[in-house]
Design a binder for this molecule. Structure first.
Ligand code: G2I
Length: 457
């Protein structure tokens, strides 16, 4: 299917326009201008070309760059933007609980005014933390992290198509393990807590894990792969993985295969910070990355990390698609051609299932597993159907005095303290005989103790 939007078809006089022109008495000197566009007319900008297969093509920018030639190219070529720096922790929360959304808001407003979508970058990261957070540890840092995510993702709620919830948490080198950081030292579960908190704050955004040096099957990408697989199996809300793709003069031959293995776990993949060192291979590496994304149905878009070479954090490597004078480079043409060579597959979510609802009946049980620290907790509740399928469930949980729920995922809570009923949401009420599903909630104070009761419908 061709999803090309009308704005890339060039000036075409359509029959209706022609009739109106005639009715208005306009002179019609050249009726042959009534030419339909070729079915496979090439799009002339990156964004329009990517949109032919339902993908976005974005660029990193900064609010102070939204003028002159940078803005002209940005608005013409791209249909998505990401804040290069202005949505990071140091920029958005310079004092603890003192938030500044000026730059981020300007970027979102610019995107809206120009019909672009916005990626969010990045809620939590070991780098670019404000000084006050760098000096925190343990529970104080954990609580600061969840507060930061809640406030920032909450502020931009509904305006961000994908958030980099956690950035660069894995170590380089051969081990495939986590990077040491103040966040990692709060406990290995910090990443899943971050994702759960982000889901509660902006349920409509795709939630991504984002990292670099993951441009093929290697120890680091495999460590991340194992984490994503684990998250999916336990119902931790992760929707996408970002591959930064800050590339040199070579590209791993299994770049596409690596994207595909993540997609096969049931997450979207996105190329999030693409730039490629200038050299004889620049255009071909850009092209191969683009073709790899197009070949993976769940690769939903590409973002380049800047517009012109002189805008880049690697400016002495001239790694972008436009030179310092704003001219299109050979790499630009290779990307555009690649995007135009494919009109599908469209990134899709799996087709809706047509399985008939199971019959009413059968009971259920629920069990809680708790991650708690001094002052807060995350509870994961497993709901298991008895020996017949169920159509819905309600789990009743008694919370100790002083405990308050601050976020719930995969369930609807009746309140935030005391005895709380959690009911299934639309997509997880049906559970087959002996099958199970998970929901969770987090809060301040002490987590629930004892076994909750489960009622099936
Ligand atoms: O390092 C390249 C990227 C790797 N992945 C995560 C990205 O967030 C990261 O972007 C870069 C920006 O391109 C730089 O512009 O992140 C750097 C660190 O946050 C950014 O550099 C910083 C400078 O180091 C600071 O001195 C400066 O105050 O930009 C800041 C704001 O201009």
């Amino acid at each position: 299917m061709n999803h090309r939007s009308t704005d890339d078809r060039g000036p075409v006089i359509r029959p209706r326009t022609l009739l109106l022109a005639l009715a208005a008495g306009a002179a019609l000197v050249a009726p042959t201008v009534l030419v339909a566009p070729a079915a496979n007319a090439a799009a002339s900008t990156l964004g329009a070309a990517a949109a032919q297969s339902g993908r976005y093509f974005g660029a990193a920018t900064n609010s102070f760059m939204l003028n002159g030639q940078h803005a002209t190219i940005l608005n013409r070529e791209f249909n998505s933007i990401v804040a290069e720096n202005e949505m990071k922790w140091d920029a958005t929360e310079p004092q603890q609980n003192g938030f500044n959304f000026t730059g981020g808001d300007r970027l979102v407003a610019h995107a809206r005014a120009n019909g672009m979508s916005v990626r969010g970058h990045a809620l939590v990261w070991h780098a670019q933390q404000p000084g006050w957070a760098q000096n925190l540890s343990g529970t104080a840092l954990r609580n600061a992290m969840t507060n930061h995510i809640t406030r920032v993702a909450g502020h931009f709620r509904g305006q961000i198509h994908s958030w980099d919830v956690v950035n660069e948490a894995f170590a380089d080198g051969g081990g495939g393990g986590r990077r040491d950081s103040n966040l990692q030292r709060t406990g290995n579960d910090w990443i899943e807590v971050a994702f759960r908190t982000a889901r509660a704050a902006d349920p409509g955004a795709k939630l991504c894990y984002n990292d670099y040096n993951t441009d093929g099957v290697n120890a680091k990408s495999t460590g991340i792969y194992n984490m994503v697989r684990d998250f999916k199996s336990r119902g931790v809300p992760i929707d996408c993985v970002g591959f930064q793709s800050h590339l040199g003069t070579t590209l791993s031959s299994d770049y596409q295969a690596n994207l595909q293995r993540f997609a096969d776990l049931g997450v979207d993949v996105q190329i999030t910070e693409l730039d490629v060192a200038q050299g004889s291979n620049q255009a071909s590496i850009y092209e191969r990355v683009t073709r790899a994304c197009l070949a993976v149905a769940r690769c939903t878009g590409i973002t380049v990390w800047g517009v012109r070479d002189n805008d880049s954090w690697r400016r002495n490597e001239n790694p972008l698609l436009f030179d310092a004078n704003g001219n299109k480079k050979p790499a630009y043409q290779s990307v555009l051609n690649a995007l135009n060579s494919v009109s599908g597959p469209n990134p899709t979510t799996p087709p809706p299932t047509t399985t008939p609802p199971p019959p009413t009946g059968g009971g259920c049980t629920a069990s809680v597993s708790l991650n708690s620290w001094n002052g807060g907790f995350v509870a994961t509740v497993k709901v298991t159907a008895g020996n017949s399928a169920i159509r819905g469930w309600t789990v009743r949980v008694a919370l100790p005095g002083g405990t308050a729920i601050t976020g719930t995922w995969n369930a609807q809570a009746s309140g935030s303290s005391g005895t709380v009923n959690f009911a299934n949401v639309g997509y997880n009420g049906q559970v087959g005989a002996g099958g199970s599903t998970e929901f969770g909630f987090q809060g301040t104070g002490t987590g629930p103790s004892g076994t909750p009761t489960c009622t099936a419908s």
